[in-house]
Design a protein around this ligand. Structure first.
Ligand code: ZN
Length: 247
């Protein structure tokens, strides 16, 4: 059996720690619900990191020991230090760490830096109405085991236009009860790494307990896994070349 996938789940951990109405939905924190689901897999090892930990829990040693980083942030994007953002992005682009950005992490510093866009703006409405997440690329590994449509009875609406670069792989498209649509799940390739963005997961709704949502995140972990990605590649060395290779 291949080595375990080393997953670090980073949570801003403010609303689900401090706001009673959110704590009621996620008593242990959003990161623990995601981590409990992933950790049930034999080949996945989960560790947690939060904004208020030293270095946001993302020391160089932790990142060096991470194949896939999962990111959930919402109200405190501005408190993430630029130094840490650079460290995360370097680990993705130069060393192939996979990264999964969830929900409001569309506006997080590392996602915006990896996107290369300025605003990442979208439309939103926190009305708790129905969302249908349609699989538009059924053969994609991230859609494995998922029905043609995931129905969430209560979610926040995110609507197009979404200011992102054209995705390299678009897997899910959401429909909302108001008629809006949204690119809900896609992959961007950045340097040696893969980034997967997945939309659902507003903190006041129990989205991360949904088994289909958990399965998408699991598939995402396996798809962006650094060791898989790099295992397919020739050895790459960046930097100055002393001598020219033989022609
Ligand atoms: Zn939200």
């Amino acid at each position: 059996m291949s080595a375990s996938i080393r997953v670090t789940i980073w949570n801003e951990y403010r609303q689900d720690r401090d706001w009673p109405e959110i704590l009621a939905v996620y008593p242990e924190g959003i990161h623990k619900v995601i981590g409990n689901a992933l950790g049930a897999q034999e080949d996945i090892r989960v560790r947690y990191a939060t904004l208020d930990d030293a270095e946001h829990g993302l020391t160089q040693a932790v990142l060096d020991d991470t194949d896939v980083l999962i990111w959930w942030g919402h109200i405190a994007h501005g408190e993430v230090s630029d130094h840490m953002v650079q460290r995360v992005c370097d680990r993705v682009t130069l060393e192939g760490m996979g990264v999964i950005f969830l929900h409001a992490s569309h506006a997080s510093k590392p996602f915006k830096k990896l996107c290369g866009t300025h605003s990442n703006r979208l439309k939103w409405r926190e009305d708790g109405a129905r969302e249908r997440i349609w699989v538009i690329e059924p053969a994609h590994p991230i859609a494995r085991g998922i029905p043609e449509c995931i129905v969430l009875d209560q979610e926040e609406m995110y609507g197009e236009p979404f200011d992102i670069p054209a995705p390299d792989e678009l897997v899910f498209l959401s429909w909302f009860k108001g008629g809006e649509v949204f690119r809900s799940g896609f992959v961007l390739r950045r340097g040696l790494g893969k980034c997967f963005y997945f939309r659902p997961g507003h903190e006041s709704f129990p989205t991360y307990y949904n088994p289909h949502i958990q399965r998408v995140i699991l598939n995402g972990v396996r798809y962006v896994n650094a060791r898989d990605t790099l295992g397919e590649m020739p050895q790459v060395a960046f930097g100055h070349m002393e001598t020219a290779p033989e022609p």
